[in-house]
Design a protein around this ligand. Structure first.
Ligand code: ARG
Length: 396
């Protein structure tokens, strides 16, 4: 019997997809679930997949791999899609694609499947990811194919087929969450005039509940990696989780964005990324202490392009790989400490230091101890402005 490996979340869509793939195509269905945020009960997830008809279930804790191979390069790149979105969701998809392909190879499966809808970016990311790794695999997307038009019809199908569905109340929104952040969409948020209600937020406290007293956090970076929070050394996963709590309590990292999707439509998205927001800002600040003007200005261009590639699902591509190499080249110099002030939803850089700083107080000072050679300024300015000197008769 042909096998299909399905990216399985345990929700209604993918639970129905297990049964549907079996009935429609007669394939043996192998489920794969990745934990890259909260770790839910593996036993329950496995039971649910099996009850829906899965022959085998892979449940993998991939948080470490996610932060090492996907979050870290994006953090180094200062990648924010359209200047805002830190792309927690976008970064998770190539990881899922990679493991779907690995499991398909291991199982000798010719097919892989996912539960993305036909209107979003995630289908693009997963499918382009899969094809970049192994174009011989055939991809199935039940949600684009099947006959159910509404959620109610899916529930009906689940009931008829004894597919267990989670008892939890359906959220008013469509959410996707991992350690790097959460995406919240649909429901009332589809009206761009409506301010997101407080019940839409998951990782951040409402501003009205934030302490009036600001908090300070320090982040130590070593060779580009955030290694300590408030002076305490910890693993990157733990650091992100702790910082999500601290910055979330100060309502840091909310974004409300009209976004240009890959599939051509504009959508209104609400995001939260408390730790990510602090870490990207801190890393950016540290680099601004260390690198020269030309490098920094060029890096800004790279950041924008890098974010587009990630968002567009072009993770396993030559340009993305080349950009990673460019960005990684000088990370060994990115060592130092950034002090951030969290103040009622505002993130403020409060201090920076680095053993590799190009910043020199003695060159910058307007007080005693100045080492800047003012006498060379005159000649420099003469030559700098030479091409633009306006003389009589000059036309431009
Ligand atoms: N618009 C965001 C993105 O494309 C978030 C998508 C959220 N996905 C989801 N399955 N709810 O990355």
């Amino acid at each position: 019997m042909d096998k299909v490996v399905l990216a399985y979340s345990g929700g209604l869509d993918t639970s129905c997809a297990v049964k549907w793939l079996k009935d429609r195509y007669g394939y043996e269905v192998i489920c794969f679930s990745a934990f890259i945020g909260e770790v839910s009960d593996k036993k329950i997830l496995e039971k649910r997949a099996k009850a829906a008809g899965a022959s085998k279930v892979y449940i993998m804790d991939l948080k470490e791999e996610f932060v090492k191979d996907f979050v870290t390069p994006a953090l180094w790149a200062h990648a924010r899609y359209e200047g805002k979105y830190l792309m927690a969701t976008s970064l998770g998809r190539p990881l899922i694609a990679k493991h779907l392909v690995d499991i398909a190879h291991k199982e000798g499966a010719k097919y892989v499947a996912h539960g993305c809808t036909g209107k979003g970016n995630d289908q693009v990311r997963i499918e382009v990811g899969i094809r970049s790794l192994d174009a011989s695999l055939k991809i199935l997307a039940p949600l684009r194919e099947w006959e159910f038009a509404t959620r109610e019809e899916e529930i009906e199908y689940a009931k008829e087929n004894n597919i267990p569905i989670a008892a939890t109340k359906k959220s008013l929104y469509s959410i996707d969450k991992n350690i790097w952040g959460i995406a919240i969409e649909a429901g009332i948020l589809e009206d761009p005039w409506v301010e997101p209600p407080e019940d839409a937020f998951v990782m951040t406290k409402p501003l009205s509940e934030v302490s009036a007293k600001p908090a300070y956090v320090t982040i130590d970076f070593e060779k580009g990696h955030a290694v300590a929070l408030n002076g305490k050394k910890m693993k990157f996963v733990d650091l992100i989780e702790k910082l999500n709590e601290i910055a979330g309590d100060y309502c840091i990292g909310r974004v409300d964005q009209i976004e240009n999707r890959v599939v051509g439509i504009k959508s209104r998205e609400v995001y939260e990324a408390p730790a990510g927001t602090v870490l990207v800002a801190a890393h950016e600040e540290l680099e601004s202490m260390i690198f020269d003007r030309e490098y920094l200005h060029y890096k800004r261009l790279i950041s924008e392009r890098y974010a587009e590639l990630v968002y567009y699902g072009l993770w396993f591509t030559p340009l993305k790989e080349a950009m990673d190499a460019f960005i990684a080249l000088h990370q060994d110099k990115v060592t130092g400490t950034i002090k951030m002030k969290l103040d009622k939803g505002n993130l403020i850089v409060a201090g920076r230091k680095s053993p590799h700083a190009l910043y020199s107080e003695s060159l910058a000072t307007y007080s005693t101890g100045d080492t800047f050679d003012r006498t060379s300024a005159e000649g420099f300015i003469k030559l700098w402005g030479l091409p633009y000197e306006k003389t009589l008769g000059r036309k431009i």
